[in-house]
Write a protein that binds this ligand. Sequence first.
Ligand code: AP5
Ligand code: ZN
Length: 216
Amino acid sequence: VNIILLGPPGAGKGTQAKRLVEDRGMVQLSTGDMLREAKSSGSEMGRKVAEVMARGELVTDEIVIGLIGEKLAQPSAGGFIFDGFPRTLPQADALGALLAKLGQKLDAVIEMQVDDAALVARITGRYNCGDCGAVYHDVTRPSKVAGVCDACGSTNLVHRADDNEAALRQRLMEYYKKTSPLIGYYYAKQQLSSVDGLAEMDAVAAAIAKVLDRSK
Ligand code: AP5
Ligand code: ZN
């Protein structure tokens, strides 16, 4: 199955995508991760997108559609999880066209509902493993040994450049202006399911599993 995880910054898209990779062998396609990789590669494109991301603004449709197009060329037996893509109506149209070209379809769009006050606490407490990408939180999901990644043992635990209050406000603004119209778009296509993203991580995972099993 191919699914989209849709929700504002901090809704838990990355956290749940990583569980689906482990539990179901799906492939996570996070445009945020791809853009951060481009940034660390030191390329010209990477340098430009890093500035846009640090301000909390959206990167151009052209760049992210290009990145997704490259990844979709690889086969995935378990299906794809689109995490942080699409984020605009043109991106949604482009995804539909790319999948159709491959003879594939979208099986579900899962909206993760949260409220803005919770997002600030989630984003300001978040840290990631700089080596394997595992996601942690100071309060709700600390690593078992302080300063050490549970998954790979790395001590390279980092905060993202855009996880500050000013950038988060901008990211939220972009979400409400450009991404939230996708909720209506996929509702009209009868592909939308909503889950309570404020529940505990295991409960959110169970709600998503239910949607997936229904969509098979
Ligand atoms: P991106 O990397 O996609 O960031 P985002 O959408 O802002 O989402 P986040 O990664 O911040 O949050 P998440 O929902 O994955 O939450 P997480 O699981 O980490 O995009 C970054 C930037 O790249 C954009 O601003 C833009 O510039 C650019 N970009 C990316 N895609 C683009 C596109 N398609 N078009 C244009 N530009 C694009 O969880 C957050 C925290 O909460 C963690 O600490 C976690 O441990 C904790 N947590 C998670 N779930 C729970 C729970 N149930 N209970 C308690 N705590 C929880
Ligand atoms: Zn790690």
